[in-house]
Design a protein around this ligand. Structure first.
Ligand code: LMR
Length: 326
């Protein structure tokens, strides 16, 4: 029997249910928007494989990559309605409901993956995760992609090079403010629409780590890429709280242990993947790659500094201060 556990799966006849559920297969649908060969895509597949092995097939994790099942903006609703049980959106995509999560979008906040992990795994991560419970969502893990680079059809070396260009962003006030501070406009749109928006010239540029730029071929429709590491892109693996709590305890433990292990692995491969993918982008010969000089980087940091004050109230001053001390 194939049963998709959905919201409200626990009836009053809990004992009977447990009896039944011991024999039932549990299908967990995991939807995400990126390619299978990205760090997130690979981790989702690895999680599915390990869970299948470790539960002897009782739990089947079905992974739907590339916005095949749901795109940005649809995923949350699908999760809350029980049509999908796991999603792993970029943190920026939570900020419409949970502004505090925009912390991760602040330009030049993190210098290294280690700092990011201290935020994710410490008090900051706990506080941010607790907020989600109010809306019946539960953060199970936090995954890396990496540091964002920025592309356009002109070299972006100094802050003034952004003037009057339009950039695609994820929906986040911080990202809007970041580009506004550089004199650029922004359009928020789902990830699956970025390639055609760049190709048609609807937007002039975009930001993402190399793994997303390579796998979605953004480098084919942009002529200049700046290695700026100006911001960080990471994910939160989310489930529906009610669904998660309705799982048999032994099953939930296997899932949580496996997720912990896969998280470790995902974080190990993410940095390497992005380095490798940047080399592949360079090798394509289709885009000119620029590295910022120290002086240019300093000018970017100075130009973007006001974003912190502008977003203080939105994100919360104390969170920003905690992150700055990491
Ligand atoms: C984007 O929308 O640019 C990224 O967040 C996509 C992703 O999930 O990595």
């Amino acid at each position: 029997v194939l049963v998709v556990l959905s919201l409200g799966g626990c009836s009053s006849r809990a004992r009977d249910m447990e009896q039944v559920s011991k024999e039932e297969r549990i299908v967990i649908r995991f939807s995400h928007v990126v390619a299978e060969s990205t760090p997130k895509g690979r981790a989702a597949k690895r999680f599915a494989l390990l869970v299948n092995e470790r539960t002897n097939g009782r739990v089947e994790v079905q992974v739907y990559p590339n916005s095949r099942l749901y795109k940005d903006g649809e995923e949350f609703k699908a999760l809350l309605e029980g049509n999908v049980q796991l999603i792993a959106p970029a943190t920026a995509k939570l900020t419409e409901w949970f502004p505090e999560w925009a912390l991760f979008d602040l330009p030049f906040l993190f210098e290294s993956y280690e700092e990011v992990h201290r935020a994710m795994d410490g008090e900051i991560g706990r506080r941010l995760s607790d907020l989600l419970l109010k809306r019946n969502m539960m953060a199970l893990a936090m995954w890396d992609n990496g540091f964002k680079q920025v592309s356009a059809n002109r070299p972006l070396l100094w802050p003034q090079d952004f003037a009057s260009l339009t950039f695609r962003i994820m929906p986040s006030k911080v990202l809007e403010a970041q580009f506004a501070q550089l004199g650029a406009k922004t359009v928020a749109m789902p990830f699956n629409e970025v390639y055609s928006a760049l190709e048609s010239g609807m937007v002039d540029g975009a930001e993402n780590p190399p793994s997303n730029m390579l796998t979605k071929k953004f480098y084919e429709v942009q002529s200049h890429l700046t290695i700026s590491n100006h911001g960080y892109l990471g994910y939160v693996v989310l489930t529906n709280r009610q669904f998660w709590e309705s799982l048999p305890e032994d099953i939930r433990k296997v899932l949580e242990d496996t997720l912990r292990e896969v998280t470790q692995w995902e974080r190990e491969i993410a940095a390497q993947e992005n380095e490798k993918d940047l080399e592949l982008i360079k090798k394509s010969g289709k885009i000119q790659v620029h590295y910022l000089t120290e002086e240019q980087k300093k000018a970017w940091k100075e130009a973007l500094q006001p974003v912190y004050r502008q977003m203080e109230e939105f994100i919360g001053k104390d969170l920003i201060e905690m992150a700055r001390k990491l």
